[in-house]
Design a protein around this ligand. Structure first.
Ligand SMILES: Nc1ncnc2c1ncn2[C@@H]1O[C@H](COP(=O)(O)OP(=O)(O)O)[C@@H](O)[C@H]1O
Ligand SMILES: [Mg+2]
Length: 264
């Protein structure tokens, strides 16, 4: 199935009242954020998308693909499922080495140049995580950040799913602004559940959740993106200091004053 557009039609919030946002579209190429306090319904919203809800979940939302309702008995070929959901709690059960695991997945997916695809996936993952993954490492031995990075790379390069949903990945120690930059080069739909201002402001638009309901949709603009650029510089300054502290350096204020000029 060639997915060009997903439509999310609003249902009801936790209090049973209609959601403010009646519907929104996700088009190929979009990067979207879902924001709001813990417990406000962010995970529920992306689960509705993953399930292609058809007024059959507690929210009563309905998901359309290319403007069409998905038939009740429709099921995707599991090797071609259009949605990859990467959650905070995803863990690998397999203790295969990374290289073998990816080779099996690439084979199942019918990839052509398997060796190349596997090394491309590992190098993509390594751009996202600070701790390099090698293909001999057992999947079960990867850190949280490595696991999330590998899952994202696997979904983007091997999985070929057009829609990738990421639930609060920033807590897992991956370079999130780098991720956004890299992901922008792929023709997919990315939906980030996030508390991170940089990710939210780099998105094309964001949905604000409250009490289980989609409260508001804010389209990003030039001022927001300029703000995101400065926040990215701040993130990088913090990463730089993290490196120094880890390496046992002593810190003096002059360097920070100098780096702060980058924000002017
Ligand atoms: N529209 C809704 N209708 C009914 N229950 C909801 C709705 N949205 C969220 N919930 C419930 O509220 C709780 C918190 O939602 P969750 O999606 O986990 O929040 P978040 O991911 O923002 O922390 C869950 O138990 C969920 O089932
Ligand atoms: Mg959640």
């Amino acid at each position: 199935m060639d997915i060009q557009k997903i439509t999310v039609k609003g249902g009801l919030g936790k209090d049973g009242r209609k959601e403010n946002v009646e519907s929104f579209d996700l088009k190929i190429g979009d990067i979207v954020s879902i924001v709001g306090p813990t417990g406000c319904g962010k995970t529920t919203l992306i689960n509705d998308i993953e399930l292609f809800a058809n007024q059959n979940t507690p929210s009563g939302r309905q998901i359309l693909i290319n403007d069409e309702v998905i038939p009740e008995d429709f099921s995707f070929d599991p090797s071609k499922h259009p949605i990859a959901l990467i959650s905070q709690h995803t863990n690998f059960l397999s203790d295969l080495p990374v290289g073998e695991f990816l080779t099996i997945h690439a084979t199942v997916r019918g990839a052509e140049d398997i060796e190349n695809v596997v090394s491309e996936t590992i190098s993509f993952a390594n751009k996202l995580t600070g701790e390099a993954i090698i293909k001999e490492t057992a999947m079960t031995e990867l850190s949280g950040g490595q696991t999330r990075s590998l899952l994202i790379a696997d979904a983007v390069i091997i999985g070929n799913s057009p829609i990738i949903l990421l639930d609060e990945i920033e807590n897992a120690g991956i370079n999130k602004t780098k991720a956004i930059e890299l992901l922008k080069g792929y023709n997919k739909i990315f939906v980030f559940v996030t508390h991170d201002p940089t990710i939210a402001l780099f998105s094309d638009f964001r949905i604000i959740m409250k009490n289980g309901a989609m409260q508001k949709l804010i389209q990003s603009n030039e001022g927001e993106r300029a703000t995101a650029d400065k926040l990215k510089t701040m993130d990088n300054i913090i990463l730089y200091y993290r490196g120094l502290i880890r390496a046992g350096e002593e810190i003096n204020i002059n360097k920070l004053d100098e780096l702060s000029l980058l924000l002017k």
